[in-house]
Write a protein that binds this ligand. Structure first.
Ligand SMILES: NC(=O)c1ccc[n+]([C@@H]2O[C@H](COP(=O)([O-])OP(=O)(O)OC[C@H]3O[C@@H](n4cnc5c(N)ncnc54)[C@H](O)[C@@H]3O)[C@@H](O)[C@H]2O)c1
Ligand SMILES: [Zn+2]
Length: 365
């Protein structure tokens, strides 16, 4: 087992990473559960695979659990599902010391973390991520929230978990497409500030995406360390944390156009978005073309899309630009993108000139 610490003074916590940790979840979680009772929140798909194992392991340590199950999918990150979840929670009469355990992907983690932050004005929670995306990204860092008709993740809170328990064995039931999508967020860390890690991924990435245990464990730990380091510097995203949005402004616009449906998974959108960020950086003479080509070759190698046209034959540049303006990074009306000077050298570009962007987008689309 490997441990990565997220250093945030009194809100610091450990990420435990290893194969089959769920079988010992009682021992791994007991130190951070303030009472011998916890409420597990999960989705139907994950429950079918992993809930009994988790509840059994907690029971073995004398920890009593109740479970609440929501429907799988992004639609569960919504006010209606949150409202139902809150009343189911409150009917179980939780106390301030009753922890919530988020067992599932990013949807469950974001929803449960937000519920924990508002239940009784805050109960403890732990993350037990079961998708690759959640294990390398969403379960770490304390961003929680839901979507509204106005946009994704616009309602939420910063609320850190007490612990993150990553069992790589849970990925055995994850469909290949979901695993690949999560892999895109791993590539992101190499692109942001770790060219050597990107090099390692070029050599080993296919093994990670295919789910080979040793390669997976290494990539997950590297990713958690990278995210923990950035979050420790800038918990509430006033500066450097914005780098984690590499590929996300472009990606979100594509996801929004697809109605956040399974036509385009979040990680797939991030893959395309990262390639767009590199291509746009090349267009602005900020980044050598060979770096963008290396990224394109790597995405192709692991079976991820690298162009909007790989998703749909045609896109409307005006509609994409309208989405860019909805981005949470917009400051005083000016667009902000994460661009790159090279692989491993991403930076925050404020005040991107819309004319440059439009010209390049129209040409590409
Ligand atoms: N909070 C953050 O910092 C952060 C960061 C990145 C993404 N996110 C959010 O994460 C969400 C996406 O997360 P996701 O990709 O994990 O999606 P998800 O939670 O919807 O999981 C994807 C699918 O896989 C299923 N699943 C989960 N674990 C499984 C397993 N082990 N075996 C079989 N099936 C399994 C789920 O039921 C679901 O159908 C988005 O809402 C995104 O906004 C949040
Ligand atoms: Zn993401």
């Amino acid at each position: 087992m490997n441990t990565v610490t997220v250093s945030l003074a009194e809100r610091s916590y450990d990420i435990l990473i290893g194969e089959s940790l769920l079988a010992d979840a009682g021992a791994h979680l007991a130190p951070v559960l303030p009472q011998k009772r916890a409420i597990v929140v999960t989705d139907e798909t994950v429950a079918a695979h992993w809930l009994a194992l988790l509840e059994g392991a907690l029971a073995a340590e004398g920890i009593r659990t109740e479970a609440i199950t929501v429907a799988p999918g992004e639609q569960s990150k919504s006010f209606p599902v949150l409202a139902t979840l809150m009343s189911e929670l409150l009917q179980l009469r939780p106390e301030r010391k009753t922890a919530l355990i988020a067992l599932g992907g990013g949807v469950i983690g974001d929803l449960t973390g937000f519920a924990a932050s508002i239940c009784l004005r805050g109960v403890p929670f732990v993350q037990v991520p079961t998708t690759l995306l959640a294990q390398v990204d969403s379960s770490v860092g304390g961003k929680t929230g839901i979507n509204t008709p106005e946009g994704k993740n616009l309602v939420g809170s910063f609320y850190q978990p007490k612990r993150v328990l990553i069992d790589t064995a849970t990925l055995s039931s994850l469909p290949l497409r979901e695993r690949r999508a999560g892999y895109a967020e791993i590539v992101k860390y190499g692109l942001i500030n770790d060219a050597a890690f990107f090099g390692w991924l070029e050599a080993n990435g296919a093994r990670v995406a295919a789910g080979e245990a040793d390669a997976l464990a290494y990539a997950i730990e590297k990713s958690c360390r990278a995210k923990a380091a950035i979050v420790a510097q800038d918990e509430k995203e006033s500066g450097v944390r914005a780098l984690l949005n590499l590929g996300h402004t472009f990606g979100h616009a594509l996801e929004a156009e697809c109605g956040f449906s399974s036509e385009l998974l979040h990680g797939e959108a991030v893959a395309v978005g990262m390639q767009m960020a590199f291509d746009f950086s090349v267009r602005l003479n900020l980044c050598p073309a060979q770096d963008a080509e290396r990224l394109r070759a790597h995405l192709k190698h692991v079976g991820l899309p690298a162009s909007p046209r790989a998703i749909r034959p045609a896109w409307d540049a005006n509609r994409l630009i309208a989405h860019f303006h909805q981005d949470k990074k917009v400051q005083d009306g000016a667009l902000t993108f994460i661009l790159a000077r090279a692989i491993g050298e991403a930076f925050v570009a404020r005040d991107v000139y819309e004319g440059d962007l439009r010209g390049w987008l129209e040409g590409m689309l």
